[in-house]
Design a protein around this ligand. Structure first.
Ligand code: SF4
Ligand code: SF4
Length: 308
């Protein structure tokens, strides 16, 4: 038996934030897969095990998902076998009945700011995914033009998770064929701790130098707080700032100074822009996020500031 749920429902049921449920799903702590619309599906026995772990009483009436209708069940005699899309590792959607979830209404295309660019139409992408045209989608550049702004998803009357679909398609592109610099940035970040490969000594020298400038200009006594134990806020940095626009960092610092805030920048793994998100590289994204979490723990910070 299958248990169907929305992230918001399960968050309420278990008394945690929605992002916690999403993290559990991504990490595999909850064995659930995306279902139609914004639903997820999991085995009923896994749901029961989760309830037991948290000491919760399982919901009495889990939603039962009917098996997909076959041609025969619809009362139509046909020599053509029903279309089966599921079962392969490369299948974006496992259940052919989900194709019914999309009305092909085009509301997503109306909301999309780049619909029409090189023939991009989110409705087409959804339809192709449901039809199993995965290889065509993976080699297509459409999903790489998508800004992942989520406007299509917000507009969709059927709650189809278009942004997640875009990421899943991106994740299936061979890494050396990912367009633009984002995969190189991910590799660089994994190797050197930031997307542009700025050496640690250069970064620290810049931070100290900017801090001295700021103290002389307008913030007497200012010293750039690096690796400050117990600071309230951990501040991550978009590497394009130290690389090309270092003075931009001082605007943040001035606000912190005026507010008397307790903050710090980590000396290592300070990158605040996770290009694994955009390249569809879940493993890299997880590693980079883990480093930020480690910095939070190492420095005992309470809040995190991400520049994007
Ligand atoms: S808005 Fe939703 S239902 Fe309508 S075409 Fe787009 S994906 Fe399909
Ligand atoms: S997420 Fe992508 S497809 Fe959807 S509206 Fe934004 S750019 Fe268009």
């Amino acid at each position: 038996m299958i248990y169907e749920f929305r992230v918001s429902e399960m968050a309420e049921e278990f008394g945690v934030h929605r992002n916690t449920i999403r993290n559990w799903i991504t990490s595999g702590a909850i064995k659930a897969k995306p279902g139609p619309g914004k639903q997820y599906i999991m085995k009923r026995k896994d749901y029961l095990a989760l309830c037991e772990k948290f000491g919760r009483v399982p919901r009495a009436n889990p939603v039962k998902r009917p098996a997909p209708a076959t041609v025969k069940e619809k009362g139509v005699e046909s020599a053509v076998p029903p279309l089966v899309l599921g079962g392969s590792e490369r299948t974006l959607y496992d259940d052919p009945s989900w194709a019914d979830a999309c009305l092909t209404c085009g509301t997503c295309a109306s909301a999309c700011p780049i619909a029409g660019v090189d023939g991009l139409d989110p409705r087409k992408i959804v339809r192709m995914a449901f039809l199993g045209l995965e290889d065509d989608l993976v080699v297509s550049d459409w999903v790489w033009k998508c800004t992942m702004c989520s406007k299509c998803e917000e507009a969709c009357p059927m709650n189809i998770e278009l942004v997640q679909l875009m990421r899943r398609i991106r994740s299936r592109r061979e890494r050396d064929k990912v367009p633009g610099p984002i995969h190189k940035g991910v590799t660089m970040c994994l190797e050197r701790g930031n997307n542009l490969g700025i050496p640690k000594d250069d970064f620290l020298f810049l931070l100290e130098d900017l801090g001295e400038e700021l103290a002389a200009e307008s913030c007497p006594g200012f010293v750039t707080p690096i690796d400050k134990q117990g600071a309230r806020i951990l501040v991550t940095v978009n590497s394009k700032e130290p690389f090309g626009e270092p003075d931009d960092m001082k605007w943040w610092w001035k606000i912190f100074y005026a507010a008397g805030e307790s903050w710090t920048i980590p000396s290592e793994n300070w990158e605040g822009v996770n290009w694994g998100l955009f390249s569809g590289d879940d493993q890299a994204m997880k590693t980079i996020v883990g480093r930020v979490v480690n910095n939070m723990r190492r420095l005992n910070c309470k809040a995190l500031l991400l520049p994007e």
